[in-house]
Design a protein around this ligand. Structure first.
Ligand SMILES: [Zn+2]
Length: 135
């Protein structure tokens, strides 16, 4: 199932810029952005774009894949604690499973996932890649 063009457009800040909500009452950061604080349920929040850097808390390697997605296996899924606070699940890219370790520094990058030639849409997603010297 494909995501509609209008939905891609509506969610562009969350999906492509890591838009979150900072609570002016308690200081909590809610990701993805919601108009309500996830900690105190207050509505005194403002949007903020997270830096996208953090460290791997834990990870797993998935060798199974859906038909048509074989180019994405093995897929490494990591729990990343962002430097801005929230913990998020994300797919790792530009790294082999044997190179990954807990505590590894990562940075969010935008990667092409697929293309819908009928509608002319290219789907992108944020993934995490290890921070190496010079990157
Ligand atoms: Zn709050």
């Amino acid at each position: 199932m494909r995501i509609s063009v209008s939905r891609v457009w509506r969610n562009r800040h969350v999906n492509y810029r890591m838009r979150a909500a900072t609570c002016k009452s308690c200081g909590s950061i809610t990701f993805p952005y919601q108009p309500v604080c996830s900690r105190c349920r207050g509505r005194n929040v403002e949007p903020v774009d997270l830096r996208g850097t953090g460290r791997i808390v834990s990870y797993t390697v998935n060798y199974q894949y859906r038909e048509g997605f074989d180019r994405q296996a093995p897929q490494i899924v990591a729990l990343v604690e962002l430097d801005d606070g929230p913990k998020v699940l994300g797919v790792l890219t530009d790294v082999e499973p044997e190179e990954v370790y807990e505590g590894q520094r990562v940075s969010a990058v935008l990667r092409r996932v697929s293309a819908d030639s009928y509608h002319g849409i290219i789907y992108y997603a944020l993934k995490f890649r290890p921070v190496r010297d010079g990157s």
